[in-house]
Write a protein that binds this ligand. Structure first.
Ligand code: 7PM
Length: 279
C-alpha cells in the first residue's frame, strides 16, 4: 500500500511513525519548547524535526491549533502564521512528509501550497468548506472520530455502542469525502483515542482495531502518552513511555499503518523488532 503525499510517497507495507511537532505555545508533553522571547523559533523547531527524522519518523505532524480539552480557539490569521512557515521550513530542509493538523479550510490550502503532504483533521472535514478545500489540494486526509468538541468532550462521553458509532461515523465521512472528490485511496482512518471517550471506550476500540484495518484504508493510531495510559497505570504524562510502547506494539500487531507518537526513536525500535520477528 503506497500513499501519494504531494511530491513524496509513503510506503505503508510496513508500519511507519508520525512524529508529533506541536508548535502551539500551550502544547502539552511533546518535549519541545520552541519559543524564544515569546516568538516561535524556526531553528528550534527544525532541530527537533531533524532529530525525529533521524530517529525514523516518515511523517511530522505540525499543529497550529491546540486540540487540548478546554483550549482556546485560534484565529485564522494566527493559525496560518504559525503553521505555514514551519511547513515550508521542514519541507525544504528534510526528506519527510509534513502533515498539517488543522480543521480550517484556508489553512489546508495554504499549508498545501507551502509543501504539506497530508491533512490531519480531528474534525474529519466537517467544518464548512473543509471537504472542498481538502479535495482541492489533492493530498491524502486523515479522518478522525471525536464525540463533542475539545472544550467539553471529556465531560460525559456516552455511546450505545462505541465501536459501531465510531465505525459508522467514519464510514459516513468517507462517503462525504468520496462525493467531494476525495477517493478512498487518499483516506486514512483514525478512531480518535481520547476524543470524547472514557477509558472503557478507548479499550473497547483498541480491542477491535482490526475492524478499521479490514476497511482496506490505512489506519492511524494516536495513543502516545494519552490519559488512557495514565488511567491504567496511574502515571503522569511524562512517565507513560512504556505504556505508549506497549500500545504501539499492540497497534502494529493489529495491523495499524501509522503510529502518531512523541517518542519517535523508541517507537521505531518497537516496529523494527516487530518486523524482524514477523520476517
Ligand atoms: C490534549 C488532548 C492534548 C489530546 C493533545 C491531545 C490525535 C491527533 C491529537 C490523534 C490524530 C495528543 C492529542 N491526537 N490527530 N491529534 N489522531 N489524527 O495527545 O489521536 O496529541 S492531539
Amino acid at each position: 500500500m503506497v500513499l501519494t503525499c504531494g511530491h513524496r510517497a509513503l510506503d505503508l507495507s510496513s508500519p511507519i511513525v508520525m512524529g508529533i511537532l506541536n508548535t502551539t505555545p500551550d502544547s502539552f508533553s511533546d518535549g519541545g519548547n520552541y519559543y524564544q522571547n515569546n516568538r516561535l523559533s524556526l531553528d528550534k523547531v527544525l532541530a527537533r524535526a531533524e532529530t525525529m527524522v533521524k530517529d525514523g519518523a516518515r511523517i511530522l505532524d505540525v499543529g497550529g491549533e491546540s486540540t487540548r480539552p478546554g483550549a482556546s480557539l485560534v484565529g485564522l490569521a494566527e493559525e496560518v502564521d504559525r503553521v505555514v512557515p514551519v511547513v515550508e521550513a521542514i519541507n525544504a530542509a528534510l526528506d519527510v512528509v509534513v502533515s498539517v493538523d488543522t480543521s480550517t479550510p484556508e489553512v489546508m490550502v495554504a499549508a498545501a501550497e507551502a509543501g504539506a503532504g497530508l491533512i490531519n483533521d480531528v474534525r474529519a472535514l466537517q467544518k464548512p468548506g473543509a471537504l472542498l478545500a481538502a479535495a482541492s489540494t489533492n493530498l491524502p486526509v486523515c479522518l478522525m472520530h471525536m464525540q463533542g468538541a475539545p472544550s467539553s468532550m471529556q465531560a460525559a462521553p456516552s455511546y450505545a455502542g462505541v465501536l459501531n458509532e465510531v465505525s459508522e461515523f467514519l464510514q459516513r465521512r468517507v462517503k462525504a469525502c468520496n462525493e467531494a472528490g476525495i477517493s478512498s485511496d487518499r483516506i486514512i482512518l483514525d478512531p480518535g483515542f481520547g476524543f470524547g471517550k472514557t477509558l472503557e471506550h478507548n479499550l473497547e476500540l483498541f480491542r477491535h482495531l482490526n475492524t478499521f484495518v479490514s476497511t482496506g484504508m490505512p489506519l492511524l493510531v494516536g495513543v502516545s502518552r494519552k490519559s488512557m495510559i495514565g488511567n491504567v497505570l496511574g502515571r503522569d504524562v511524562d512517565q507513560r513511555m512504556a505504556g505508549s510502547l506497549a500500545l504501539a506494539l499492540l497497534s502494529v500487531q493489529a495491523g495499524a499503518h501509522i503510529l502518531r507518537v512523541h517518542d519517535v526513536a523508541e517507537t521505531s525500535d518497537v516496529i523494527r523488532m516487530y518486523s524482524a520477528v514477523k520476517g
